[in-house]
Design a protein around this ligand. Structure first.
Ligand code: PXP
Length: 244
């Protein structure tokens, strides 16, 4: 259970492994069902334009069969808006997307795109979908998120995760701490994610105004060694320990 900090499991990379052979195994929906057993609070899935991992059919199955809130990661395109409005997931996280990138490399440039994003956020919100924007931990982006009408932001923790332990990582953590505090000040719910592992999760989980962490690649990779449920339970334990 959440204990003040929710854990969202990103299941994209179960689909990556499945797609490597073109068959139905391993099924991301089965991973989502096991996540329920492990006490995870939500499932995140990124339907990319090129469908390299999650496919339309997965979104339908996740909505119909998994008893956890679905957070649909999506690019700010007309196609994705139409899909989100059709499925009406609990939440939609708008992310930047470039076809050639290996993963979501940076945050969304909300500042400068408010006019484009505002109507989309409005339509999603009117359909009862809780919208978040995946952004760098920068004050200008947070202020722009409020201007665009988003109730939630997800802070990109990639730079923190990639920084060398020591002063470089501390500096990145400081950016996250300051951004999370600013979220509270301007009324944004604050989530965080990208590149989080057993080794680096605790300082982020300690930030009191962060309400949710979305974690994928490390958990699915570690599950190869420990099994999915024990891996998820260990992440949950570390998050709870950080919050205690
Ligand atoms: N949050 C968002 C918005 C993402 O795009 C991703 C990566 O797809 C994650 C969280 C999870 O990142 P990771 O797979 O590195 O844990």
């Amino acid at each position: 259970m959440s204990r003040g900090l929710r854990l969202g499991l990103n299941i994209d990379h179960v689909a990556t492994i499945r797609n490597a052979r073109g068959g139905p195994h391993p099924d991301p929906v089965r991973a989502a069902a096991l996540a329920v057993e492990a006490g995870v609070d939500g499932i995140t899935a990124h339907l990319r334009e090129d469908r390299r991992h999650i496919r339309d059919e997965d979104i339908r199955a996740l909505m119909e069969t998994v008893g956890l809130p679905l957070n649909l990661e999506m690019a700010a395109t007309g196609e994705m808006l139409e899909i989100a409005l059709r499925h009406r997931p609990h939440a939609a996280c708008i992310v930047p997307e470039r076809r050639e990138e290996r993963t979501t490399e940076g945050g969304l440039q909300v500042a400068g795109q408010v006019a484009k994003l505002k109507p989309m956020i409005g339509e999603l919100s009117a359909a009862g979908i809780r919208v978040s924007l995946f952004i760098e931990p920068e004050i200008a982006q947070l202020d722009a998120a409020v201007e665009a009408g988003a109730p939630v932001v997800e802070l990109h923790t990639g730079a923190y995760a990639e920084a060398k332990k020591g002063p470089a990582r501390d500096a990145q953590l400081d950016r996250l701490v300051k951004a999370a505090a600013h979220c509270e000040k301007i009324g944004l719910e604050c989530h965080a994610g990208h590149g989080l592992t057993f080794d680096n999760v605790k300082p982020v989980a300690t930030i009191p105004t962060v309400a949710e962490l979305n974690i994928g690649h490390f958990l699915i990779g570690e599950a190869v060694f420990r099994g999915l449920v024990p891996t998820l339970r260990e992440m949950r334990r570390l998050m709870d320990e950080a919050r205690a």
